[in-house]
Design a protein around this ligand. Structure first.
Ligand code: AMP
Length: 416
């Protein structure tokens, strides 16, 4: 089915063609006509399914339809607002909107705003308004408070990666943004997963939504080989090095638990002659952009990253994902392994499991209905055995000082 038959203008179809999109992906074929009709949409889709263009194209088409009514001069009013969880995703979505809109007679003004960088250039960029705003919630609110933009004319709201927005603690900001929007508007809601908080948000937000599900999104487990290697925690770096070198892996994304670990693991690999670098939230925005561009261009073979930094990044032909540290939840596991096997290609996800993390991985498997064999790599056979489980429920909880413990300790410290 060609794009033209979905009701898009030839200029948009041309721009899509230039990006290599000759025919709509399944989510685009379903979502675009529904959005153009003005319906609310509930999309269950991961990055990799083509969901960005699924909302970007109809947003641009709607803009086109609306433009004759808009005053030719004066401040542009924000017509569509796209809320995203991370700066990388904001930049990526902004780029797609600009590329797809470039051949329109009046190319739309797209503003991309996110935190972690100076607010002033963003305020300047919003002078005269913007047609489409892509934003992380916190910075958007800051800009509204500075009177840099008004949201009263927003016609369409897009929540991209809604599950992650909530995961990252944006619930309060989201509620504040929603309160600033006109009640009558179109809502497009995309999420990879639907835990109860996301379902509640969708239920409160959407009116008779058209549901679009990508049953087998590119990047789903079907195309991803999942392997689990048992190894002692202290031997993970040498094992990783061995695997990368032995298998000639490139385009590897390695997940670790902390920014500090990202630096450490990347350093060890680099010193062993592997083109590895860290990608995390402590890098400046410019450095993150550069690292990502270099990785995409193949100048780095290995990116060592945290969940937060990696979310939403679209990197074509990512061959391997390694869980050096296990993800905290089954949901994060799915997000992580979904980084590979994109666009119908096969991918490999390798998880390192040690005596200390075996029980945690079993929980992830249970949630995901998986039972993966534990492999051992010759020369890296594990020697550690799991410590006996702590008594009672919530063993990990018991190890931390409770609030009362802390208060007691503070009182004792003050009293002496
Ligand atoms: P997304 O799910 O929006 O992150 O898109 C995933 C990847 O699919 C991106 O690299 C897009 O450029 C690409 N893509 C999106 N739509 C199409 C299409 N209709 N045909 C081919 N590739 C597409």
């Amino acid at each position: 089915m060609p794009f033209l038959s979905l009701g898009l203008s030839p200029e948009l179809v041309r721009a899509a063609g230039e990006l290599g999109f000759s025919a709509p992906t399944p989510i685009q074929a379903e979502a675009i006509p529904a959005i153009l009709r003005g319906a609310d949409l509930l999309g269950s889709a991961q990055t990799g399914s083509g969901k960005t263009a699924a909302f970007a194209l109809p947003l641009l088409q709607q803009l086109l339809a609306a433009s004759p009514e808009q005053p030719p001069r004066g401040a542009r009013r924000v017509r569509a607002l796209v809320l995203v969880p991370t700066r990388e995703l904001a930049a990526q979505v902004g780029e797609v909107l600009r590329s797809l809109g470039q051949h329109l007679a009046q190319p739309p003004k797209v503003a991309v705003v996110f935190g972690g960088v100076s607010i002033n250039p963003q305020m300047m960029g919003l002078r005269g308004g913007a047609d489409l705003v892509v934003a992380t919630p916190g910075r958007l609110l800051d800009l509204v408070e500075h009177n840099a933009l008004k949201l009263a004319a927003v016609h369409t709201l897009v929540l991209d990666e809604a599950d992650r927005l909530l995961d990252l603690g944006f619930a309060d900001e989201l509620a504040r943004v929603l309160a600033l929007l006109p009640a009558r508007r179109q809502n497009l809601f995309f999420s990879a997963t639907f835990p109860p908080a996301v379902q509640a948000l969708a239920a409160g937000l959407l009116r008779e939504p058209v549901r679009v599900e990508v049953a087998a999104p590119e990047g789903s487990e079907a195309t991803i080989e999942q392997r689990v290697i048992a190894v002692d925690a202290g031997r993970r770096s040498p094992l990783l090095r061995h695997l990368i070198q032995d298998n000639d892996w490139d385009r590897v994304l390695v997940f670790v638990a902390t920014k500090y670990a990202a630096g450490l693991v990347a350093d060890k690999l680099y010193k062993a002659g592997i083109y590895a670098t860290a990608f995390h939230g402590d890098l400046s925005q410019g450095a993150r952009k550069q690292v990502l561009a270099d990785f995409k261009a193949g100048r780095w073979d290995v990116l060592v990253t945290t969940d937060l930094a990696a979310r939403g990044i679209d990197i074509a032909q990512l061959a391997v994902v390694v869980n050096y540290d296990l993800p905290r939840s089954a949901v994060d596991y799915v997000h992580r392994i979904g980084r590979t096997g994109r666009a119908g290609e096969s991918g490999l996800a390798v998880s390192f499991v040690s005596a200390a993390t075996e029980a945690h991985f079993r929980l992830i498997e249970k949630r995901q209905h998986l039972a993966l064999p534990r492999e051992q790599v010759p020369g890296f056979e594990p020697t550690e055995v799991a410590a006996p489980a702590a008594p009672g429920p919530g063993g990990i909880k018991g190890k931390r000082p409770s609030k009362k413990d802390k208060l007691r300790a503070a009182a004792a410290a003050q009293g002496r």
